[in-house]
Design a protein around this ligand. Structure first.
Ligand code: AMP
Length: 392
C-alpha cells in the first residue's frame, strides 16, 4: 500500500493536493458537483490538521486562449467555499509572483486554489506532457504532495507524476485510498466472482477480458458488445452494432472458455436507434436483417440473475443496453436492482455504468462505485497507474 494521509505529519506544513475538479459545466454553472464533494474528505482533513493547503486540478481540455474562458476553475472555488463553509483564495494563474506571494503568506487551515492546470497546455503541452520544469515549480511551493485525483492517475502529467518526483514527501488522499482498497479486492476475489461486461465496443474491453477471465467464474456479456460475440458464433445480428475488427478475438475467447462466457439469448429490438420506433422482443435466432438489438431480453435478464444469485463479488463495466433511452434501460436497471436488493458485493468499474446506477437510484446500495473511467479500465487491464506509482 502507498503512503496515506494519516502517515504524514502536516501541521504547519504546506501541502499541495492534486484534486479532480473536472466537473461538467453549462454556461459557467456546475451541473454535477459529485467530484467536488468526493474531494472534501481529504481537504477537510488537511484543514483540521492545520496544514496550509494549495489545491490543483484540471478542468477539461485547453488548447487555445479562447478555451480558457469556459474552463476556469472560478466556479469550482465558489462551490468549494459553499461546501467547506470557509473562504477559498482563488488565483487566476497557475504560477508566478502572485501565486508565490500568496503561498508564502498562507496560514495553517487556509486554502488556496490555483487556476486550471491545463492552462499550461497552450504552449507546448507542459501539463499533459509532464514538463520537468513545471512539475519542479509546483513541487517547490509545498512540503508535501497529496495525490487524490484517481481519474487522471493513468496519465503521467506535471501535476501528479511531475510534482511527486520533485518533492520529498508524497502520499495518496482518501479518495485514491478508497479506490485502491476496493479495486485490490479483485486481485484475489472471493468466489464465485462474476464479471458483467456491456457497453458498445468489444475493442475497449479486450484488455479487461484477457486480464480477468482466469480469475472470474463467469463473464456475463450484454450491451452492444454481445453482438460481436454472437456474430462470431454465426448468428444473424441484423443492424445491431458490431465491432468487426474483433470477431476473431471473440471467437477465440469463447472457444477457450466456453463455460465462462455467458451470452444473451434474447433482445429488445427495433428498427432505428430511437425511442420512437416499435419495440419487440426476439430470441437470438429470430433477428431479421433490419433489426437493431438495443437491450437484453426477459429470458437473458433471468439467466443473468440466476448466475449472480450466489456471487460473493461482482465487477461490472458497461451497461447491458442503451440505458439512455426509456425503452432500452430495463435490462441494466433490473440487474442493478437485483444486486442492490440482494446486497451482493458489487464494484462498478467507472464510465457509463456509474451514470446508469445514478439513473436507477441504486448508488447508495452499491459497495463501491469507481470514479475513474479510463484509470479504472487501465487498472482492470492489469496496467500500473503512473500517478500512483510515482508516490513513494
Ligand atoms: P462503453 O463506453 O463502451 O461502456 O459504452 C457505453 C455505451 O454503450 C452507452 O452509451 C450505451 O448506450 C451503449 N450501448 C449499450 N448497449 C448497446 C447496444 N445494444 N447497442 C448500441 N449501443 C449500446
Amino acid at each position: 500500500m502507498k503512503k496515506c494521509l494519516k502517515d504524514v505529519n502536516m501541521k504547519n506544513k504546506t501541502v499541495i493536493i492534486r484534486c479532480d475538479f473536472n466537473v461538467p459545466l453549462k454556461k459557467g454553472k456546475i451541473i454535477d458537483n459529485t467530484r467536488i464533494e468526493k474531494s472534501l474528505e481529504t481537504i477537510k482533513y488537511c484543514i483540521k490538521e492545520k496544514a496550509k493547503v494549495i489545491l490543483l486540478s484540471h478542468l477539461g481540455r485547453v488548447k487555445t486562449e479562447e478555451d480558457k474562458k469556459e474552463k476556469s476553475l472560478k466556479p469550482v472555488s465558489k462551490e468549494l467555499e459553499k461546501l467547506l463553509k470557509q473562504k477559498i483564495t482563488f488565483i487566476e494563474e497557475t504560477r508566478g509572483e502572485k501565486v508565490e506571494k500568496k503561498v508564502s503568506s498562507l496560514k495553517p487551515g487556509e486554502v488556496l486554489l490555483l487556476e486550471n492546470t491545463r492552462f499550461e497546455d497552450i504552449e507546448g503541452k507542459k501539463e499533459s506532457g509532464n514538463d520537468e520544469e513545471l512539475g519542479a515549480y509546483w513541487a517547490h511551493l509545498a512540503d508535501i504532495f497529496i495525490n487524490d485525483a484517481f481519474g487522471t492517475a493513468h496519465r503521467a502529467h506535471a501535476s501528479n507524476v511531475g510534482i511527486a518526483s520533485h518533492i520529498k514527501t508524497s502520499c495518496i488522499g482518501f479518495l485514491i485510498e478508497k479506490e485502491l482498497s476496493a479495486l485490490e479486492e479483485l486481485n484475489c476475489p472471493n468466489k464465485p466472482f462474476i464479471v458483467i461486461l456491456g457497453g458498445s465496443k468489444v475493442g475497449d474491453k479486450i484488455g479487461v477480458i484477457e486480464n480477468i477471465v482466469a480469475k472470474a467464474d463467469k463473464i456475463l456479456i450484454g450491451g452492444g458488445m454481445a453482438f460481436t460475440f454472437l456474430k462470431a458464433e454465426g448468428y444473424e445480428i441484423g443492424n445491431s452494432i458490431c465491432d468487426n475488427e474483433h470477431l476473431s478475438f471473440c471467437e477465440k475467447i469463447t472457444k477457450k472458455y466456453p463455460e465462462k462466457i455467458i451470452l444473451p439469448v434474447d433482445f429488445k429490438v427495433t428498427s432505428e436507434f430511437s425511442d420512437e420506433t416499435p419495440v419487440t422482443e426476439k430470441g437470438i435466432d429470430e433477428l431479421d436483417f433490419d433489426d437493431i438489438g438495443l437491450d437484453i431480453g426477459t429470458s437473458t435478464i433471468e439467466i443473468f440473475k440466476n448466475h449472480l444469485k450466489d456471487a460473493k463479488l461482482v465487477l461490472w463495466n458497461g451497461p447491458l443496453g442503451v440505458y439512455e433511452l426509456e425503452n432500452f434501460k430495463l435490462g441494466t436497471n433490473e440487474v442493478l436492482n437485483n444486486l442492490a436488493e440482494k446486497n451482493i458485493k458489487t464494484i462498478l468499474g467507472g464510465g457509463d455504468i456509474v451514470a446508469a446506477a445514478k439513473n436507477a437510484k441504486v448508488e447508495d446500495k452499491i459497495y463501491h462505485i469507481s470514479t475513474g473511467g479510463g484509470a479504472t479500465l487501465e487498472y482492470l487491464e492489469g496496467k500500473s497507474l503512473p500517478g500512483i506509482e510515482a508516490i513513494k
